[in-house]
Write a protein that binds this ligand. Sequence first.
Ligand code: SF4
Length: 342
Amino acid sequence: MQNNIQNNLISWYQSNHRQFPWRETKNPYYIWISEIMLQQTTTEAVIPYYKRFIQTFDTIDKLADASLEEVYKLWEGLGYYRRAKHIHETAQIICTQYHGIFPITYQEILKLKGIGPYTAGAICSIAYGLPTPAIDGNVLRIISRLYALTENIALPKAQKNIFNIVNELLDGYDSSAFNQGLMDLGATICRPFNPHCEICPIASFCQAKKTGQQKVLPISIKNIKHKEINYITGIITYQDQYIMIQNPAGLLENLYGFIQYEIESPYRFIEEFEKQYHLSLSLVSYHGQVKHVFTHRTWHMHIYHFSINEPFGSLYSLDDISQLPVSTAHLKVLKHYLKTMK
Ligand code: SF4
């Protein structure tokens, strides 16, 4: 078998995939129920609900004939009850418009209530083996890293690009195993923080790993809204010391904080920093984001770790920082950063 991304991922999935009850079936109705339950809910929490639901309503007809109260009762504790309402309504539509048979094309499935492109892609590939991408946050992250894409994945243009890449990768391969392989890879190995590249089945193809950007990518920064400010906040270290600067004026006058710029890319941060401080900076890793709400504005601070390899005037150890007057916003940043370093 040729050594490529698809074959490596598929054969890894076949020998290592996580066992779930919804993976023991190709019934599109059961897969649909599991995918809806899995929206905003963890796999562990879903298992008992899925089993009870499928035992009670083993066919779409039974679900359509049930009262909404009966459906809600089985959903109790799973949250987001609109999902249960949509499932019930959709089951009734399938019974009246499709004679109780789950639709078989991507376009028809996409028209059903509560089903978006990800869910339609997952159902079509898992139940019918159709070559339909199922793009969620995990896939956006993995593909960004695999191809070292530096576009902001919060933007539709970048998402479309990733959809096209997955579409091409799927061509001629087992789409069910490929899509589920990406789901499992994102959940267990190519995780948001500290990916386990050493055991990744597609590591030899990964451009982020090759270029040392696996802890930086993907870049995911939501559009700037009115009074909502996005910053790249830099945890800049030299050995075990941190750069903290005292705010000369403005909102946090005299308080210490990390250097941050209102921009949308860590690479622009490097340019700004080097222009301002004439010191070169290396990008090390991404550490998620922290929000801080002031009375008249909200800061969204996207935390990146950078390093310098020569001393800088404003360096402080963690002990020093505990003695400095630091803004609450940046204390939150530091706490979050240290937590993600564990
Ligand atoms: S090598 Fe690392 S960063 Fe690349 S896909 Fe695998 S786990 Fe993700």
